[in-house]
Structures are given as C-alpha cells and as structure tokens.
Design a protein around this ligand. Sequence first.
Ligand code: GLA
Length: 383
Amino acid sequence: MSKSYNSLLQKFSSLFGQATSTLHAPGRINIIGEHTDYNNGYVLPASIDKKLSFAFAKNNLNGLVRIHALNLDEYLEFSLKDARPDTKGWLKYIMAITNTFLENDQGFDCVFGGDLPIGSGMSSSSALTCGLAAGLNNLFELNYKPIDLVKRVQDAEAKYTGVRGGIMDQFTIAMGKENQVILLDCKSLEYQYFPLILGDYALLLCNTGVQHELANSEYNTRRSECEQGVAFLQSKGEKIESLREVSLAMINRYREHLDSIIFDRCYYVVKENARVMEACKAMQNNDMATLGALLYASHYGLQHEYHVSCLELDFLVKQTQGMPEVLGARMMGGGFGGCTINLVEKAALDRVIDQLATQYLATFNRKMESYKVAVGPGVFHSQ
Ligand code: GLA
C-alpha cells in the first residue's frame, strides 16, 4: 500500500470512522484520435498509473454528504435535497454525480486524493466523477453495468459543466487495463485491447502548465461546426449520420462548396480517424517511426485545421522536431493547454526532458512538468 493511500485511510477514520469500501480511478492518455469521439469515430487511449483513490461509507445522517479532498485539504458537506447544480470547483463534479445517481436520503462520507495532477489534460475531473459514481454504485448497490455507468457519468458531466464532451475519458478511466491501450469505436462502443509495446521507445507527457479560458466554449463550437458539416453533406443527399461515415474522397468533393472553416474541421476529423487505424497497424508491426510520424501529422491537423492548439503546445511539439531521439509528438486531449504526448527513445528520456524544460522556461518563463507514462488499470479492473 502506498504512503498516500495509507494517509487517505487514516484521514477517513479520523473524520468519519471505518471506511466500508475503497477504489481507484486513474487519469488517461490518448495516443491518437483527438476530437473524434463525439464524431462517432475511433480513439486509442489508455488509463495510466496516476490516479485518485477514494474511501467511502454510508452515514445514515438523513441525506447528508460529507466529503474531504485530501490534496486540497478542503472539507465540504451538503444535504442531498439542497444540492444545487450551479456550484463551482470540484463540488460541481460531486453534485453532478450525487444528483444523477442518488435519492435524497442516501447520505455518505468520502475522502479522495492521489497523485493525478489536476488540470493537466489527463482528465482528473472525469477520474473524480467516474471514481465517485463507481463508489456509490458499490455502496448503495445501484447495479449499473460498467458501460451504463460510463454513459450516465458522461451525460452528468455535460449537463453540469455545459461542455458537450465525448465518451473517451469516462470509458477509458472505467475500462482501462494494465499495460493495454484501447481501440474504441465511439459509434458502436465496441473495443479491443492492445498490449502497449513500444520497443526501445516510451511515452512521455510534457505539461505546458496552462489551460486557456477558451477551452470550454471552443470545444462546443468545434462540435457544432462538425454537426454543420454533417448537415451540409446530408443536404446534398449523402447517406451519412456523422463524420465517421465520410471518406476522404467524399469530403474532398465538397471542398469548393463548403464554408472553408467547416471544411477544415471535417477534413481534420476524417483524416484523424484514418490515422487511428494506421497507428494500430504501426504498433502491431512494431513500426515506431510510422507511429511517430502519425503523431506529428495529428498535431499539424489540430493546430492548422481544427484550431484547438495554443502557442505553448506548438512550441513543445516544434522543439522535438529537431531532436533525433523523439519520433513524434502532439497535443493531447481537448486542447488550449494541458500536455503534449511524445514518443521518445527510452535511453534519452532524461536528456529530452531537460532540453525541453530549459527551452520552455527560457521562452515562457514557466516550469514544464513531465511524466513518464505507465499504463495502469481502470476503475473496473483494479484490485
Ligand atoms: C476532452 C473530452 C473528450 C475528447 C477530447 C478530445 O478530453 O472530454 O471527450 O473529446 O477532449 O479528443
């Protein structure tokens, strides 16, 4: 048992007595397939070894929820019948889940905390919502199957944050397996695990330490731009339901007829879906050079066609292009800040980190955190 997990249990017992259940909810990475999930496309994510841990017990206090956030050293309590959806900070995520899953009299106590960095693009907020939802599912014997729980959490987050997110984060956090990446078809929700075998290479995350304000509003804008693209193609008689069914040849036929911004968004999504399948093939063939080139191509699209990158992310990706030890890099997640994901020669990891951190500090006067990725189990595959 890790030191931090022990202190979590101790905190629980000093505040509330004996915990009756515990669980872990990891963060996630995404190797490739960005902004494809809400377009019914493909993604290639994995759950990581950085996680939030939770301890729970029912409290029989008439629907009172008592929660302590260990990392922030913040304690909050509220009555389920008064839970308001307009709250800020981490309480918003808690209430999104309690309002979705519990009756007014189902009070409980909880302590959570861990080593998953907040706001760095590894989906700490979905680790919080998925961990809490799975914990309450156990505690109150709600009997949700994993996939139904995932869908309800996705809906709850969208409703309470106003961001119309896809299903990748919650799915991965719930269903991830140690040392496996998941090829998820976001249309059928069929999925396949692949062992993460990168030979002499490893995945490295570099955190810009920024999260630009634009992130949420631009996310919804991208989603509606994609919907406009689909509506246009349908109006021309194309039998499609989403960008998933659109081929490169089809989108190219409409290049001159579509609004140029809408064209760029759709063009990116169509090509990114194809890149996910190519990346799977490259991994299966142990072809790391091709995998790296696909990461760079994905970043190019996110920067110039989908327009969800930012100066700091572009800088970190560009710097790696002069480094022979790095085969590929791209921004990861929703964009406008957070991390880049890099495919780096194992033996050169520390040297690459040093160089990037020095260049980043000199340019932005900001510290670059980095994380060597290990793939750990998701909520339903831990313990
Ligand atoms: C965020 C969302 C995901 C996905 C990514 C972009 O992380 O929560 O659903 O859309 O952005 O790929």
